[in-house]
Design a protein around this ligand. Structure first.
Ligand code: F6R
Length: 243
């Protein structure tokens, strides 16, 4: 595991941006694994700015998002498809036919099977992750087996509260109770993984990831066994580390 410790969110976003931009420049037909949530927003702004100013092209890039809320159509303003369009895709020259976000409003088992087949045929070159305050990656909540593939999952109360605070105007009842998420095995199959964690509320999860043995009670802890894993943390997220 490579750990990059920076001062704050801006610096973390800058580091992650550089890694993703370089990946696309070096391999213009890269397959990128993408995340939603508050963490990648600034990195996506930087990618959009770089595309506009320097012309880095996404014409041949394919993307796979980690997850989607169950029951929301892609046109719903709180859906992750909508999030990706508004924060990234509409600013790039990416072909929307090359964009993959699991669909939360379909026959869910058929959709999980479809996504797993696509992932088996398209190894992700570089996967971006955030981390839940409970240590989840994607929507793989504590207790999810490490060999899980794309599946339907009930969200933890803590996850729904975190997401209500950030995205649903604080209205917990509006946050879907279930989601569809890439499994931990799918994530671990990416060639390279980058996780950004910022803020004190991520410090306990980061301490477990860096200092403890992998355990399903902290899903992100398995990443310490990935052969090419980079962790970008700010001072808040690093605040409970002993070393
Ligand atoms: C989002 C996702 C989640 C988030 C995590 C952190 O697609 O898979 O694992 O990365 O919940 O969310 P933020 O960045 O809002 O703290």
């Amino acid at each position: 595991m490579k750990v990059i410790k920076v001062k704050n969110y801006e610096e973390a976003s800058q580091k992650a941006f550089e890694i993703f931009r370089d990946q696309v420049k070096e391999k213009p037909d890269s397959i990128l694994g993408l995340a939603t949530g508050s963490t990648p927003i600034r990195m996506y702004e930087l990618l959009a700015e770089d595309h506009k100013v320097n012309g880095t092209s996404y014409k041949n890039v394919h993307t796979f998002n980690l997850d989607e809320y169950y029951g929301l159509a892609p046109t719903h303003p709180q859906s992750y498809y909508y999030f990706m369009t508004e924060h990234l895709f509409k600013f790039l020259d990416i072909d929307l036919n090359n964009v993959n976000v699991p669909k939360g409003n379909q026959d869910i088992q058929a959709e999980c099977d479809r996504y797993n087949t696509m992932l088996a045929e398209n190894q992700i070159d570089l996967q971006l992750l955030g981390i839940g305050s409970n240590g989840h990656i994607g929507f793989n909540e504590p207790g999810t087996p490490f060999d899980s593939v794309t599946h339907y999952i009930e969200l933890d109360e803590s996850t729904r509260k975190d997401n209500a605070r950030l995205f649903f105007d604080g209205v917990l009842e509006d946050v879907p109770t279930h989601a569809v998420t890439m499994g931990i095995k799918n994530i671990m199959e990416a060639k390279r993984v980058v996780l950004i964690a910022c803020g004190d509320n991520k410090a306990t999860a980061i301490k477990g990831l860096v200092e403890d043995e992998p355990t399903t009670s902290l899903p992100a802890s398995i990443l310490s066994t990935h052969p090419d894993f980079t962790l970008i943390i700010d001072e808040g997220a690093a605040s409970k580390l002993d070393k």
